[in-house]
Design a protein around this ligand. Structure first.
Ligand code: SF4
Ligand code: SF4
Length: 185
């Protein structure tokens, strides 16, 4: 087993021990992030996989893994060659213990501040659906946030994942600074 695959497997197992994480917010919205975000029917949608997740999930029959080239996506320079997106065949039904990191993390996203502090923030990417947790900025369980933060801290030991989080965080800080500028702060 490659180091990356092994590392991802350990992180999934670590997160699977937190039963608290299995709260069902899908009742609020008809599981919009699964049925629209991970929907097999829409060719533009899918769940991006981190390096190592594809190796771990490639034989799962409830997922279809689509391969594309890193150059077709807004990714850091260190991401070269093939990148992978997962499409769920029966959303929102899946073996929860095998969900990709994107699903485990949503509605949060990892953010690296300018002084290199890692925190979790609400996902601010444009989405084709509304997540009630984001819209209402619902406070999430501390244990959930802490577990996900620990997982990303470990994931970021992989330089490719570090570069991805750094790139997204810089873009987030820039848009925030732009917005504050427009508001006259
Ligand atoms: S994370 Fe948001 S969009 Fe996804 S099921 Fe929960 S409330 Fe709905
Ligand atoms: S893997 Fe599971 S949690 Fe993630 S989008 Fe698919 S059905 Fe939803």
């Amino acid at each position: 087993m490659s180091n990356r695959k092994e590392r991802i497997k350990e992180i999934y197992e670590m997160l699977n021990r937190y039963e608290l994480l299995d709260y069902d917010c899908g009742r609020l919205c008809g599981a919009a992030c699964c049925t629209l975000g991970g929907n097999f029917g829409d060719e533009n949608m899918g769940i991006y996989l981190l390096p190592g997740e594809e190796e771990l999930l490639k034989d799962e029959d409830w997922l279809d893994i689509v391969v594309s080239d890193a150059s077709e996506h807004d990714l850091p320079d260190s991401w070269k060659g093939e990148v992978y997106f997962a499409k769920c065949k029966t959303p929102p039904i899946c073996p929860r213990e095998k969900r990709p990191m994107q699903c485990r993390t949503f509605p949060l996203a990892p953010h690296l501040s300018r002084d290199c502090e890692l925190t979790m923030v609400y996902n601010d990417l444009e989405l084709p659906y509304e997540c009630p947790l984001i819209e209402e900025e619902t406070p999430l369980e501390d244990e959930f946030v802490e577990a996900i933060l620990n997982a990303w801290d470990l994931l970021m030991e992989d330089p490719m994942i570090y570069d991805l989080v750094k790139m997204d965080s810089e873009a987030r800080e820039e848009s925030f600074a732009e917005l504050m500028g427009k508001l006259g702060y």
